[in-house]
Design a binder for this molecule. Structure first.
Ligand code: NAG
Length: 334
């Protein structure tokens, strides 16, 4: 704890300094601590693009998450956003919170924190409602913030609010309305966010660094790559040795490897509606793509990260293990 308060003091001093000279509005990202297991490892599930009152196989995915969650004895769940369709929550009393979350993910194993980001559909409703502590009084699992850090000892998760990056939502919103309260103007928001992330990543001493956002960086499905993230966010990730970028937005499951860095991209956006039937390859290395519903598990220890994708029946579709770059042990072969 002493270390943390020193680090916090330094961070505050840094923020104070930069605030004086060059970065008005920069601030330390909110930070939550989630202890690792007693053996130092961590197990979790990742799901995205889910809130449809159980329809489009949302309930089937939820059931299988419950089973896999129990088998693995997970520590928490990550939601990659688009939590409530089609237009987020109307307010903190919107019944969709119960109908699409509380009453759907009922398994005992899923009664853990759900660390969540906002997706573009969430911004089309009352974005502030999802961030409100009032929801936590209804169901204390739902922990949704714009950008924040979950420190789980062996890993720091950097949750990034990616919707404001996409320029089109600002300039050509079409028939949609985005709730930019607390975000506009875009330029300042992004500049501060990128700076805050860079500072937090440089300070991080965790063995693994994982970034979670809603939008794709690299994707072969409907939405393809998000150019603004490749241009603005990717350099920060590469500069700071981030191991994995995990997102939703495209309603599918995919794993893509960067060809010019060790970064791995994982899309887990199969929480409900899927089957777009599109395929747009990009230049990076596509390792796995499934156009249907499902979810992902991640198991981490000091030496390796193990990813598994599951379908609506709980069948394992794909597994992939990565050894930590500084690891001295061999990868467990299964
Ligand atoms: C539900 O999942 C099954 C199995 O993958 C699939 O055949 C079916 O089309 C899905 N239903 C919907 C509405 O997506």
């Amino acid at each position: 704890m002493a270390n943390r308060s020193v680090a916090m003091g330094l961070a505050l001093a840094f923020v104070a300094m930069t605030a004086l000279c060059c970065a008005p509005g920069a601030a330390e990202l909110p930070r939550l601590d989630h202890p690792a297991r007693s053996d130092g490892s961590l197990k979790l599930l990742v799901v995205g693009d889910w809130g449809r009152k159980g329809t489009h196989n949302q309930s089937r995915v939820a059931d299988q998450m419950g089973r896999v969650g129990e088998k693995l004895d997970i520590d928490f769940v990550i939601s990659t956003g688009d939590n409530f369709y089609k237009n987020g929550l109307k307010g903190v009393r919107d019944q969709a919170f119960e109908e699409s979350f509380v009453d759907i993910y009922t398994a005992q194993s899923l009664q853990k924190p759900w660390y969540s980001v906002l997706g573009n559909h969430d911004y089309r409703g009352n974005a502030l409602a999802q961030l409100s502590p009032v929801l936590r009084k209804i169901d204390d699992r739902f922990i949704c913030m714009r950008s924040f850090i979950v420190n789980a000892e062996l890993v720091d998760f950097f949750f990034v609010d990616t919707t404001p990056f996409q320029l089109e939502y600002w300039t050509h919103p079409g028939k949609h309305r985005y709730d930019w309260r607390g975000v506009a103007p875009r330029g300042n928001y992004l500049a501060n966010l990128l700076k805050d992330l860079d500072v937090a990543m440089k300070k991080s001493t965790a063995r693994w660094k994982i970034v979670v956002g809603h939008h794709t960086m690299r994707s072969v499905s409907e939405h393809r790559d998000t150019e603004e993230l490749l241009e603005l966010l990717l350099p920060v990730l590469k500069d700071n040795g981030v191991d994995f970028y995990i997102n939703g937005h495209d309603h599918c499951l995919e794993h893509i490897s960067s060809r010019d860095s060790p970064l791995q991209y994982f899309t887990s956006g199969g929480g409900s509606k899927a089957w777009r039937g599109v395929f747009h390859p990009n230049k990076d290395k596509l390792r796995f793509f499934y156009d249907g519903q499902g979810f992902m598990s991640l198991q981490l220890n000091q030496d390796q990260a193990h990813f598994i994708f599951y379908d609506v029946f709980g069948n394992i579709l794909y597994r992939w293990s990565s050894r930590h770059p500084q690891s001295s042990t061999y990868l467990d072969e299964e």
